[in-house]
Design a protein around this ligand. Structure first.
Ligand code: 8YV
Length: 331
C-alpha cells in the first residue's frame, strides 16, 4: 500500500503533482467536502503532510495525525507550525531551505524600485489613456532615485543577505539588524530597529515572524520618516497594519511595497486605495523555477522520512551523532 499523504495547499507544478500521485496516496485537504469528518476517519493513517509556509499546520490537526512521520513545508517560513511540539514528538518538520532565496530577494528589490519610481502609477497613467489627455511632463510627479538609497535590512538570514547583495550592486549602503552582528558581513550592524529605521531610506523586512509580531509600529514608521519606504516580503504580522495605513495616509512615510499581509487574502481597503503602495499577492517565490525546486525538495523530504531516514532538511530532529550499530559478518 502506498504511504498516505495529506496535502494542505495546492502545488502548481504538474511534474511534482504527477510524481506525488505516482508514489503516494495523496489526499488534497483543500478539496475535501468534509475535512473534519475525513480527519476523524483517516487521520490515524496519514503518514505525511505537505503544507505551505504561510499555512503551516495547527497543533490541533497534528494531534489528530498520530502516525505522522513528516511535515514537509513547501516554503521556508516555520511560524505557522509548533516546532517545539514537533520536536517533542520527534517529528521532522522540513522546509525548502535555499530554494526561494533569489526569487524573494528579487521581488524585494522589484517592489522597492516599483514603490520609489511609482511604476504602477505610471503604468496606470499610460494604460488608462491619461498620457494622451495630459501630455505635459508635469502630469506625473517626479519620482525618487533607488540607486544609492540607504537600505536597512531587518533579518539577515538567507533572504536578507540576498537582498543586501542586490542592493549593494545598486550602490546602496547597507545596514541591518538581527539578534546579533554577523562577523562575515561587511555591512553595518544596528542593534535597535528604531535606529535602523531612522538611518534608512528604505527598510526591507526579511525576518522570521515567530517572535517578531508587530515590530514595525508607528514609532518605527515615524523614525523611517516622510522620505522613507517600507518593503515587506516576509510576513504581514511583522507590521502593525493599522499603524502602516495611518502612516501612509498622513504621509509619515513615502511609500511601501508589500507582498504579505496580516490576514491574507484580505488586504485593508485603505492599502488597496493608496497611491503610495505597490501590492503583490504573496508572490515572492511564485516562479516556475523556484516552485519546481521547492517541489523537488518536498519530494526528497517525503522520500527520506518515509524510508525511515532523517530528512536532510529537517529543522526539528537532530542528525545522528553516534555511529550506526555494527552488525553482520564483518562485525
Ligand atoms: C511560500 C512562504 O513560497 O516560504 C514561505 O514561508 O510564505 C511562501 O512564499 C509559500 O508558502 C508557498 O507554499
Amino acid at each position: 500500500m502506498k504511504p498516505r499523504v495529506l496535502q494542505l495547499n495546492p502545488i502548481l507544478i504538474p511534474a511534482v503533482n504527477d510524481k506525488l500521485a505516482s508514489l503516494y496516496d495523496v489526499h488534497k485537504y483543500f478539496e475535501l467536502s468534509d475535512p473534519q469528518a475525513w480527519l476523524g476517519e483517516h487521520g490515524a493513517s496519514v503518514d505525511a503532510v505537505i503544507t505551505g509556509g504561510h499555512t503551516g499546520i495547527s497543533r490541533a490537526m497534528l494531534e489528530r495525525l498520530p502516525g505522522l512521520k513528516v511535515v514537509a513545508i513547501n516554503g521556508v517560513g516555520t511560524d505557522a507550525v509548533d516546532l517545539a511540539y514537533c520536536r517533542g514528538r520527534g517529528l521532522p518538520v522540513t522546509a525548502t531551505l535555499g530554494a526561494l532565496t533569489d526569487d524573494v530577494a528579487d521581488l524585494a528589490i522589484g517592489l522597492l524600485i516599483a514603490a520609489c519610481r511609482n511604476l504602477c502609477a505610471g503604468d496606470r497613467f499610460v494604460r488608462d489613456g491619461q498620457w494622451a489627455l495630459h501630455p505635459q511632463p508635469s502630469a506625473l510627479p517626479l519620482a525618487r532615485r533607488f540607486s544609492g538609497m540607504r537600505v536597512g535590512i531587518v533579518g539577515m538570514g538567507r533572504v536578507g543577505r540576498a537582498v543586501a547583495q542586490r542592493a549593494a550592486a545598486f550602490g546602496c549602503p547597507i545596514s541591518y539588524t538581527d539578534l546579533r552582528p554577523m562577523d562575515d558581513l561587511p555591512h553595518r550592524f544596528v542593534n535597535h530597529l528604531l535606529d535602523l529605521a531612522h538611518d534608512a531610506d528604505a527598510l526591507v523586512l526579511c525576518a522570521a515572524a515567530d517572535k517578531a509580531e508587530g515590530i514595525v509600529n508607528a514609532a518605527v514608521l515615524e523614525a523611517l520618516g516622510p522620505r522613507g519606504f517600507l518593503v515587506n516580503i516576509a510576513r504581514g504580522r511583522l507590521v502593525d497594519e493599522a499603524d502602516l495605513t495611518q502612516a501612509l495616509a498622513a504621509g509619515r512615510i513615502a511609500g511601501a511595497g508589500l507582498d504579505v499581509f496580516v490576514d491574507e487574502p484580505h488586504v485593508p481597503l485603505a492599502l488597496r486605495q493608496s497611491e503610495r503602495v505597490t501590492l503583490q499577492a504573496h508572490r515572492a517565490s511564485a516562479t516556475r523555477e523556484t516552485r519546481t525546486a521547492m517541489g523537488e525538495m518536498v519530494l526528497e523530504s517525503l522520500a527520506q522520512a518515509l524510508a525511515g531516514e532523517r530528512p536532510t532538511m529537517s529543522l526539528t530532529t537532530e542528525p545522528r551523532t553516534e555511529p550506526l550499530p555494527v552488525t553482520g559478518a564483518h562485525a
